[in-house]
Design a protein around this ligand. Structure first.
Ligand SMILES: Nc1ncnc2c1ncn2[C@@H]1O[C@H](COP(=O)(O)OP(=O)(O)O)[C@@H](O)[C@H]1O
Ligand SMILES: O=P(O)(O)OC[C@H]1O[C@H](OP(=O)(O)OP(=O)(O)O)[C@H](O)[C@@H]1O
Length: 188
């Protein structure tokens, strides 16, 4: 039996939060600290960028894979298509802890698809911090940044009751809080 197979059940740590809050940064830091945590890449219909670990697909490629049943979860946002691949189910079946950058709006679908494994968590930051980080990242145009901030205003009260991690401060502090939350869940 491999190390993963010894675990009793996999869990899907579904990391949500407004654009620019630091989800990809947190996942990247988590992966570097924890080789045993599997960060699922997303399939997205936008060019790859240095700030995230995703697989870039054309709209035709995405549509083909979707109808072929190669995704375990997919959603739309910001005029783009996003998906998680079937590999996530295989990893969970082996008992792995899988982390992903998820959508607040797609949370009900994720809960329906992964009723036993889903562990939703919301990353937050103060509004002025969000704006500054989006500008500093430089992936989106000024108009796209405004649209993302507006989407956040609409979704601000989404997902009540979900565990929250404040990333207004240092990323390391947020990572330690994530580690503590997941460790606590293992013993409770
Ligand atoms: N705790 C932090 N302190 C300072 N900068 C951060 C922190 N977390 C993320 N960032 C920066 O903010 C920007 C947006 O982070 P990113 O991880 O791309 O956010 P998201 O995936 O939530 O949209 C990036 O430039 C990143 O380096
Ligand atoms: O429903 P929402 O919670 O608003 O999420 C919408 C989308 O935004 C994020 O992706 P993306 O990488 O495009 O954006 P971000 O990293 O800037 O948040 C997230 O993974 C969702 O796909």
């Amino acid at each position: 039996m491999g190390a993963l197979a010894e675990a009793t059940a996999g869990r899907l740590v579904y990391v949500m939060g407004p654009s620019g809050v630091g989800k990809d940064s947190l996942l990247d830091a988590a992966r570097r600290r924890h080789p045993e945590w599997l960060v699922a890449h997303r399939y997205i219909t936008r060019p790859s960028s240095a700030s995230e670990d995703s697989v870039s697909l054309s709209c035709a490629e995405f549509a083909w894979r979707r109808q072929a049943g190669l995704f375990c979860l997919d959603w739309q946002a910001h005029g783009l298509d996003y998906a998680l691949g079937l590999e996530v189910r295989a990893w969970l079946e082996r008992g792995a802890t899988v982390l992903v950058n998820g959508s607040r709006r797609a949370l009900p679908l994720a809960e329906a698809r992964f009723p036993r494994q889903l562990r939703p968590v919301m990353v937050t930051a103060r509004p002025e911090v969000l704006r500054e980080r989006l500008q500093q990242r430089g992936r989106e145009s000024r108009e796209q940044i405004a649209a993302r901030l507006e989407r956040h205003r609409q979704l601000e009260r989404a997902c009540p009751g979900v565990h929250r991690l404040d990333n207004s401060g240092a990323l390391e502090t947020t990572l330690v809080a994530l580690e503590a939350w997941l460790a606590e869940e293992c013993v409770s």
